[in-house]
Ligand binder design. Structure first.
Ligand SMILES: [Mg+2]
Length: 201
């Protein structure tokens, strides 16, 4: 079972990996966007970490709802509302249980991803974060390592795609040949799930 500590570790691990990869995320975003994805997410997850320390929410759902709210209020552009919605919806779907199963997390994350698709209007293949998140959620039933591999594969599979949503879509065919920054950061979020699980053992 996964408790609030696990979810706090997940957010802390994500914050650390976003910090480590911020330059790479910004470089990817400078190729097909406006070169702020790394710094935006870094600011957001720094705020998430601070809020979790200050408010110390004690259920899995409350951890994610608080994290999502921080991202919405501190990250500009599209990625704040999209990531915020992902975590807030997932948190709401987890309810107020003290512990949740991996199956319940998979179901809740699916609700979160559906929320992102509804907000952003993106479908798989549009070269967005959805291309990492949908395969990850599909694979989550086989465990965190499988979800991580699926997310990383999904992010890499955005390279040959032409962007159909977000700022990159303004580039048309010139968006082809670049890995999507949002799919890349989404893969970091999913990889952090596995690291959080290992950190608790
Ligand atoms: Mg950007």
């Amino acid at each position: 079972m996964l408790d609030a500590d696990f979810f706090r570790r997940w957010m802390a691990t994500t914050a650390a990996s976003v910090e480590r990869e911020a330059e790479r995320l910004t470089a990817l975003d400078s190729a097909i966007g406006d070169a702020d994805h790394g710094s935006n997410l870094q600011r957001g997850f720094t705020a998430v970490r601070a809020a979790l320390e200050k408010e110390a929410p004690d259920t899995p759902g409350a951890v994610l709802v608080l994290a999502g709210r921080q991202l919405i209020s501190t990250v500009g552009g599209a990625s704040g509302p999209l990531y915020g919605t992902l975590l807030r919806r997932t948190g709401k779907a987890l309810g107020d249980e003290a512990e949740v199963s991996e199956e319940e997390l998979a179901e809740a994350l699916r609700a979160g991803v559906d929320g992102v698709m509804a907000l952003g209007g993106a479908a798989p293949g549009d070269k967005t974060m959805i291309d990492a998140l949908v395969p990850a959620v599909d694979a989550l039933g086989e465990g965190f390592a499988a979800a991580r591999a699926a997310a990383e594969e999904g992010a890499m599979a955005t390279v040959p795609l032409q962007a159909r949503k977000g700022r990159a879509s303004y580039l048309g065919e010139r968006s082809i040949g670049h890995q999507d920054p949002g799919a890349t950061s989404s893969a970091l979020l999913i990889a952090s799930l596995q690291e959080a699980a290992e950190g608790g053992r």
